[in-house]
Design a binder for this molecule. Structure first.
Ligand code: XLS
Ligand code: NI
Ligand code: NI
Length: 436
């Protein structure tokens, strides 16, 4: 029995369609800059929010109506969710998904019982992947919900907890490999602190470095060739997370000799919580050739926490796609909707509206970014702005042929700099609006 009996395969009907359960802009096979929209965007649905999110918040119970759960719990519930999830991905036409070990399968009383539960579900996931062709973008281990992780996992003060987390990641890597996952993500759920009075920061960071090296070694041992990612987030749940933003993650990876093994999985709402724009963090990652994948969502301008809303701003998606196209497109990464419906949007159908909106917003962002690139005025403006570095003095400096002494001599002779030119911010903002 289908879980969404009144919803069929979501079709592309074009911008004039008034059908809310159709794509207006995402046409998977449409070619943009030489490749299909599907290949540019590599959409991915997350298991945790989509199947496990029930609308609970600090003040209230879950609101979500999920008929397929019909009083089930534990492993039975986990089993019931699998076909529903794949029916959803299939109807939506999303080619990828992502999961944590403990979203797909429940905690057991012991590690080995948890592993057994996971094996049971992984078998079902594998069958469904085969049936639908939906692939695994990345897997991850949930190292933050269970009370044992209250002081952190790899950064815990308790060495046993480090060991448990290692065992959990080992298993999560095995199943990610088994399912053909193209990546594996570390989000430092509780890797941070609530107070420095009880914290040895250096020791915790050294241990996190050790932990990630063990993961790299184990991936090699089992032949897992997927891309490792770190997902930055500045706060929540802890007041300071060690992987606070793209720059902090890159510094950490460099310091511990991990940069060649990791890229970043950037999430919009995390970048904004860090006081940056998504575009900023993407450029930081791009500069280090470490932009891997994105968790596509958005925060609320007026709320200071990780609201994980579906992205609908065309400015945001245009900026994201401009950066992704600048790097030549995703390789292992994708547009992963780490986003959830509001607790007021409690019907199953809302899951479709949310994802359709996000996919259409990204499709528009893709088309707009392609148009901006084709037009060329933006790129030409920026190139021209830096032209003093292309010849003469600028070129000498960039070639490493200048020193303070030579520059002083140059300036003493010249007396004053060439005149500056306007940055033309407003002109450029208007230019972007021509396309939106
Ligand atoms: C939480 C994170 C999390 C990661 C995966 O804020 O976004 O969902 O993406 O652990
Ligand atoms: Ni998040
Ligand atoms: Ni995320």
């Amino acid at each position: 029995m289908p879980a969404f009996p009144n919803i069929g395969k979501i079709a592309f009907e074009g911008p004039k369609s008034k059908n809310p359960l159709a794509f207006k802009h995402y046409d998977a096979g449409e070619i943009v800059e030489g490749r299909t929209m599907a290949a540019h965007l590599r959409f991915s649905v997350v298991y945790w929010h989509t199947m496990c999110g029930n609308g609970t918040d600090m003040f209230g119970w879950g609101t979500a109506v999920r008929p397929w759960e019909k009083g089930l719990s534990g492993l039975d519930l986990a089993k019931a969710r699998v076909p529903v999830f794949f029916e959803f991905c299939e109807k939506l036409g999303a080619p990828y998904y992502a999961f944590h070990d403990r979203d797909v399968a429940p905690h057991g009383k012991t590690l080995s019982e948890s592993n057994k539960h996971l094996d049971t579900i992984v078998k079902l996931l594998k069958q469904q992947q085969k049936r639908t062709g939906v692939k695994l973008l990345w897997g991850t281990a949930q190292l933050f919900a269970h009370p044992r992780y209250c002081h952190g996992a790899a950064t815990s003060c308790n060495a046993d907890v480090f060991a448990f987390a290692a065992a959990q990641v080992k298993k999560a890597l095995e199943v990610t490999h088994e399912l053909g996952g193209e990546g594996y993500t570390f989000w430092g759920g509780r890797e941070g602190y609530s107070t420095l009075w009880n914290t040895n920061m250096k020791r915790e960071l050294d241990n996190l470095g050790r932990f990630l090296h063990m993961a790299v070694d184990y991936a090699k041992a089992i032949g897992f060739k997927g891309q490792f990612y770190i997902e930055p987030k500045p706060k929540e749940p802890t007041k300071h997370q060690y992987d606070s933003d793209a720059a902090a993650c890159l510094n950490f990876l460099r310091e511990y000799g991990l940069l060649k093994h990791f890229k970043l999985n950037l999430e919009t709402n995390h970048a904004t919580l860090a006081g940056h724009t998504m575009q900023h963090d993407m450029q930081v990652a791009l500069g280090a050739k470490a932009l891997g994948s994105i968790d596509a969502n958005t925060g609320d301008e007026l709320l200071g926490w990780d609201t994980d809303q579906f992205p609908t701003s065309i400015y945001l998606t245009t900026q994201c796609m401009l950066e992704i196209m600048k790097m030549g497109g995703f390789t292992t990464g994708g547009v992963n909707f780490d986003a959830k419906v509001r607790r007021e949007s409690f019907e199953p159908e809302d899951l479709f509206h949310a994802h359709i909106g996000g996919m259409d917003a990204f499709a528009r962002g893709l088309k707009i970014a392609a148009a901006i690139r084709k037009d060329g005025r933006l790129a030409t403006f920026v190139k021209n702005r830096y032209r003093s570095w292309d010849t003469g003095l600028g070129r000498e400096i960039e070639k490493g042929k200048a020193s303070f002494k030579s520059l002083e001599a140059y300036m003493l002779k010249k007396g004053e700099t060439e005149a500056n030119e306007s940055g033309r911010q407003e002109f450029l903002e208007n230019l972007i609006n021509e396309f939106i």
